[in-house]
Design a protein around this ligand. Structure first.
Ligand code: NIG
Ligand code: FE
Length: 415
């Protein structure tokens, strides 16, 4: 069944001419077209046509988007959406001076969410996560990564990954599961790290790989979490089992995480708020996507990752919300884009590339998603504006009025 997305004011294609990612200067080339329409054939983008040829396409099912702006479906490539409980009290403590690392050391932080998740049943978790996914979809998200990492026992990590799998079956968008057993040490193993690492490497990773419960294995390399050597071991096992890799690193301290990321050729390194110049140069030469999370810097009120240096050195930069209960309780894509522009000095065009094609590359789905190019999935976000800059200028306001996934309308506020 063919459809036409007819006569938008702008189509931001984020065209890569088949390269499927953008590094350095390429991020600002988003290939915006006016006077064009998009032909969809079933689930796929068939072609982008000039409006001069519209008469050849009469009779197709028509979605009239006159005056609107079409972007590739947005991609949030780093989220911890599968959690229960609230850390509002911790937030309150932070407002009066407590810091994130101190709260974590005192057994709060990630472990307080672990305790809430362990108490929640499968169904309770599904119910609490659903409205969050609905909110992402309402903002034009068509692919969403969700990590485990708040179970931290065999039973509870598998429970979270089963919840994520179930949610993926309920929704039309692609939900990409990541195993983050190495998020922090659970309280029962705080004096026996070796034992918990064994559970991850010898029990969880083989089970998850065998049952295809995750695409990626992630780890948090940080003073309050896992050492570089521990991550090295976990990544070696995960890779052997066939999982792809992602890494949270250089968030607060440089503890050798980046070397491990480079060694294992991870798909993405995420955070990088404290990355040094030498490592920026190494990353910029690699094919690793650097996923920047300005919501964390805003929420915790500390330094922003050096987006400008990374882009100017030719790195592949992506952006994400890092939506989670403790360090970025922000699922608002427009706000994150605006923070990237205002606080990290990314241009509007770079910000769009970072939330589309480069986010796709961070999830290893860049061949199918992330740009409006013939042959790719018909994943589109339609905004109520005739100028793409409005999306970022309207800080925190959701201008998305229609989300299309695999050629099907899954959210419609167009009226
Ligand atoms: O990406 N860095 C570690 N993990 C999350 C925070 C999770 C939490 O505080 O619950 C992050 O910032
Ligand atoms: Fe994170």
């Amino acid at each position: 069944m063919k459809k036409i997305i007819k006569n938008p004011a702008q189509i931001v294609t984020v065209n890569t001419k088949g390269k499927n990612y953008k590094r350095g200067k390429e991020l600002k080339k988003i290939n915006m077209l006016e006077n064009h329409s998009i032909i969809i054939n079933n689930e796929t983008i068939e072609e982008i046509i000039s409006n001069d040829n519209l008469s050849n396409y009469s009779g197709l099912e028509t979605i009239d988007v006159s005056g609107k702006t079409v972007l590739p479906g947005l991609i949030d490539c780093h989220t911890h959406t599968a959690f229960s409980g609230s850390r509002a009290d911790e937030f309150k403590m932070k407002l009066t001076g407590a810091d994130y690392e101190d709260i974590a050391k005192a057994g709060g932080g990630i472990n307080s969410t672990v305790s809430a998740v362990r108490k929640s049943s499968f169904d309770e978790l599904v119910d609490v996560v659903k409205p969050r996914i609905d909110y992402f979809i309402s903002q034009g998200i068509t692919s969403l990564e969700i990590k485990s990492g708040y179970g931290l026992s065999f039973y509870d990590e598998i429970k979270l990954l089963q919840v994520i799998k179930h949610l993926n079956s309920l929704y039309k968008i692609d939900i990409i599961p990541t195993f983050l057993g190495a998020h922090t040490f659970p309280l029962e193993y705080k004096n026996d790290h070796q034992k918990y690492i064994e559970i991850i490497s010898e029990e969880l990773i083989p089970y998850i790989a065998k049952n295809k419960l995750a695409k990626f294995c992630d780890a948090f390399c940080e003073a309050t979490a896992f050492t570089a050597d521990q991550v090295d071991l976990i990544f070696t096992k995960a890779k052997e089992a066939g999982l792809k890799l992602k890494l949270h690193t250089e968030q607060f301290n440089v503890v050798g995480g980046l070397e491990i990321g480079l060694k294992h050729k991870v798909t993405s390194v995420d955070h990088l708020e404290v990355v040094n110049d030498e490592d920026i140069a190494k990353l910029a030469k690699s094919k690793i996507v650097t996923v920047l999370l300005p919501g964390v810097s805003f929420f915790l009120d500390y330094n922003y990752a050096p987006a400008r240096k990374l882009i100017d050195n030719n790195a592949i930069v992506a952006l994400s919300t890092d939506y989670n209960p403790g360090s970025s309780h922000i699922a608002n894509i427009s706000l994150i884009m605006s923070l990237a522009a205002l606080k990290m000095k990314m241009s509007i065009e770079e910000t769009i590339s970072a939330f589309t094609i480069n986010a796709a590359k961070a999830l290893d789905i860049e061949k199918e998603c992330g740009s409006i190019e013939a042959g790719k999935k018909a994943d589109l976000a339609i905004f109520d504006t005739n100028n793409y800059s409005d999306i970022i200028y309207n800080i925190g306001k959701n201008l998305n009025v229609m989300t299309i996934k695999n050629g099907e309308i899954i959210y419609n506020k167009m009226g």
